[in-house]
Design a protein around this ligand. Structure first.
Ligand SMILES: [Zn+2]
Length: 135
């Protein structure tokens, strides 16, 4: 899915890219690595989410993420990169939506350990995939 990103988001993502050594997917697909766990998860500068498996038959071959995967990766990207313009990739809460009962509406759950800080980690909620609400 291509929605395009605002110029300030593209500039912000380019700054992220400029601050680190890029891997093959980042170079080949004009993307930024958002997170990695069993697979690499990338946000491209045109707003797509790609995943690259680290195991199995298709190792290293980027594929478009599923809608649920996409939502989870965008949730992480919004928090990690702090670029408000990424909201263009975020669904609008409908009038009939309810706060997610799994995460009490936060969109996040404690899980694993943040390898950078050693503190408990957080991941997008399994119930709402980071939205904080369900339809
Ligand atoms: Zn939730």
């Amino acid at each position: 899915m291509r929605r395009g990103l605002p110029e300030e988001v593209v500039a912000g993502l380019r700054a992220v890219r400029d601050a680190r050594e890029l891997d093959e997917v980042e170079c080949g697909h004009d993307a930024v690595l958002v997170t990695a766990f069993l697979s690499g998860w990338y946000l491209t500068l045109d707003g797509r989410v790609l995943t690259v498996s680290f195991f199995g038959e298709d190792v290293g071959v980027p594929v478009e993420a599923s809608p649920v995967q996409r939502r989870r990766v965008v949730a992480i990207a919004r928090r990690r990169f702090e670029l408000p313009g990424l909201d263009v990739l975020w669904p609008v809460r409908g009038d009939g939506a309810s706060d997610c009962v799994v995460c009490d509406g936060s969109g996040w759950q404690v899980g694993g350990t943040d390898v950078g800080s050693g503190e408990p980690g957080e991941m997008p909620c399994r119930g709402c995939h980071g939205l904080g609400w369900t339809d």
